[in-house]
Write a protein that binds this ligand. Structure first.
Ligand SMILES: Cc1cc2nc3c(=O)[nH]c(=O)nc-3n(C[C@H](O)[C@H](O)[C@H](O)COP(=O)(O)OP(=O)(O)OC[C@H]3O[C@@H](n4cnc5c(N)ncnc54)[C@H](O)[C@@H]3O)c2cc1C
Length: 569
């Protein structure tokens, strides 16, 4: 699969407006934070709104703020939800726990997969709803919910036109990515110094539309709880602000758009025990996708789906950062993170014990899935935390082009491109010293290399059947770099129906052995919607190309519908 990150890196290097500037602007919006948190601005919010009535334990002591709709999250899903809800007549408040606007959506590549749009027609691309359905089903291992998938297909065109007409976002190009049989990956035009197809362009347009409408966006506001009447509707949320905890009443409803849970290692482990050490996630260290939305929803009886299909993986060599947007030095032209990893002919991989553990020829750097052979080999590593080191000699370092990064090996600096981490690279005149720097047993590493060199001399690799050509690891100095596995994408999460309403978990309990029914017929938690990476069901187990399109469409659907809920008394 093509690496969206590499394309994004190239795009980003051309960018002239830094994220820092954008964030700074967004910070102005965050400036309203103190006002809500400190003052309890809601006029007429009295104890009668729920205060202290002990029989009504599900209510907060008081409602500090009241609105029609609360949207939680400022990413691809939350923003369209907020704009649409506002335009449908609702008073909207958007909160985000981050200290900058846009979450993973700001950092990510901009591939937005949309189905059967008039934009495709404009570019002479013929699509077919059945192809959209079949491609997504197949790639997602047939785990999409048919109705939820269909909702994305049915709403893609109106969303794509709305993005252009209402959000003033021009679709410049449509790319083709696996598994789409025709180009479907909509890429936004370059905007205000940001390059075509970058994810930040989408966030910038959404941000401007929120600002234009005067929709309140409260950064550093974290949802910690959803208030729900027992068996009844959602009433509002509890929010931690810099000035204390407040309760926001949502007369029409709440849209959860909190992103994934890949940054919550405890939660990841709970659903997939094999991932039993801290994994880095693609937005690290800027975004914290810790599954808050999932947990708050589960806490009030909402369902989740396919949570064990945790993620697609990607990675970096010698670096734990998938992207770096802020440039510490303006004379540094690159935002690349990590060392080159495409030329591996001279490299052996060793794990914690200092021994090889896979056939290096089957290894892939791009997006990968937990059940592929090299991932299985990774999961079989017994040491903790699992380490995967690429080891080579001077010939190999030259071939892999690591020698051009010699400075980074000698002086690793995670704040400077290529953002190399101390302890994640090693270079030494002897294998014993290399092993010491890597933190693996020296005798084992020496033996591994000797065995491998004997295989090279014999022209065959009996241990792992690595195909030739094989090159010895013999000319000092020796070089090593550690591979960082990153959870990149999650396609699992809160169980929603085709209207993005959260389904009531208890609906799965059928004591009378009733027949299963379509998700559209299942009971929902009234007034609770979820959209984006926090949900599951659209694309099954695997993201395929550009799931951002799914998420924008989710928000587009949810925002309109939540605004049309009858307001609570
Ligand atoms: C580096 C990188 C590259 C990527 N490249 C691509 C790509 O090319 N194509 C693609 O399709 N996808 C890509 N992705 C994934 C894609 O960016 C995400 O799937 C998508 O942006 C998710 O959108 P979202 O709105 O659901 O969540 P997010 O954009 O993550 O937004 C969720 C927001 O909710 C906030 N939040 C979370 N919990 C709370 C809480 N308790 N209270 C208040 N706020 C909260 C977060 O702070 C965050 O701002 C990439 C991701 C990364 C990090």
């Amino acid at each position: 699969m093509a690496s969206d990150t590499d394309a994004r890196h190239a795009q980003h290097e051309e960018a002239q407006v830094s994220r820092r500037q954008f964030v700074k602007r967004a910070g102005i919006v965050g400036g309203t934070v103190g006002a809500l948190g400190a003052a309890g601005v809601l006029q007429g919010c009295t104890a009668a709104d729920g205060a202290g009535a002990s029989s009504q334990w599900w209510l907060p002591a008081k409602w500090d703020v009241e609105t029609d709709v609360v949207v939680v999250g400022t990413g691809d899903a939350g923003c369209p939800a907020a704009i649409r809800a506002h335009d449908a007549g609702a008073k909207v408040i958007v909160i985000d726990k981050g200290d900058f606007f846009g979450g993973c959506s700001v950092l990510g590549g901009g591939n937005s997969q949309l189905a059967c749009t008039s934009i495709q027609t404009r570019f002479d691309i013929t699509d077919d709803p059945e192809w959209d359905y079949d491609d997504t089903m197949e790639f997602g291992l047939y785990r999409s919910n048919p109705e939820v998938l269909q909702a994305w297909i049915d709403n893609s065109d109106s969303y794509a036109r709305w993005a252009e007409d209402v959000c003033e976002m021009a679709w410049a190009r449509i790319g083709k990515q696996e598994p789409a049989r025709v180009p479907r990956s909509h890429l936004a035009a370059a905007y205000r110094g940001q390059s075509e197809g970058s994810g930040i362009v989408i966030s910038m347009h959404f941000f401007e539309q929120l600002e234009k409408r005067g929709i309140e966006v409260l950064l550093r506001h974290k949802m910690t709880k959803i208030f729900r009447e027992p068996n009844g509707p959602v009433l509002g949320i509890e929010v931690e602000t810099p000035d204390g905890t407040i309760a926001i009443k949502a007369r029409r409803g709440v849209v959860i758009a909190t992103g994934g849970f890949k940054g919550n290692s405890q939660m990841v482990r709970a659903w997939h025990p094999a991932f039993d050490e801290t994994l880095i996630w693609s937005g690290w260290p800027d975004v914290l996708p810790t599954g808050d939305g999932h947990l708050c929803v589960m806490n009030i009886g909402g369902g989740v789906v396919d949570m064990s299909f945790i993620m697609e993986f990607s990675g970096r060599l010698g670096s734990r950062q998938y992207v770096r947007w802020d440039r510490p030095h303006f004379d540094n032209p690159s935002t690349r993170t990590g060392l080159p990893n495409s030329r591996l002919e001279h490299i052996v991989f060793v794990e914690n014990s200092g021994r090889r553990y896979l056939n290096e020829a089957g290894w892939e750097a791009g997006h990968t899935l937990p059940w592929l052979p090299h991932m299985v080999a990774f999961l079989n590593i017994k040491g903790r935390p699992r380490m995967e080191w690429m080891v080579t000699d001077q010939d190999g370092a030259e071939d892999a082009e690591w020698t051009s990064y010699e400075d980074a090996f000698i002086n690793p600096d995670p704040t400077k491109s290529p953002c190399i981490e101390p302890g994640w690279v090693a270079k030494a005149d002897t294998l014993a010293e290399l092993a010491r720097q890597m933190g693996v047993p020296a005798a084992a590493l020496e033996e591994t290399v000797a065995t491998y060199n004997a295989s090279v001399a014999a022209g065959a690799d009996p241990e792992f059947q690595r195909p030739g050509p094989l090159f010895p690891i013999a000319r000092p100095p020796y070089w090593a770099a550690r591979w960082c596995r990153m959870s990149h994408d999650q396609c699992t999460g809160i169980r929603v129906n085709q209207k993005m309403q959260v389904v009531d978990q208890m609906e799965q309990w059928q004591p009378d052995g009733g027949d299963s029914k379509p998700i559209s017929a299942e009971k929902v938690i009234p007034r609770l919607y979820a959209a984006g990476e926090c949900t599951g069901g659209t694309g099954g187990a695997v993201r395929g190309s550009g799931k951002r399109g799914w998420y924008q469409v989710h928000g587009y659907i949810a925002g309109d519908l939540v605004a049309k809920e009858t307001p609570l008394a």
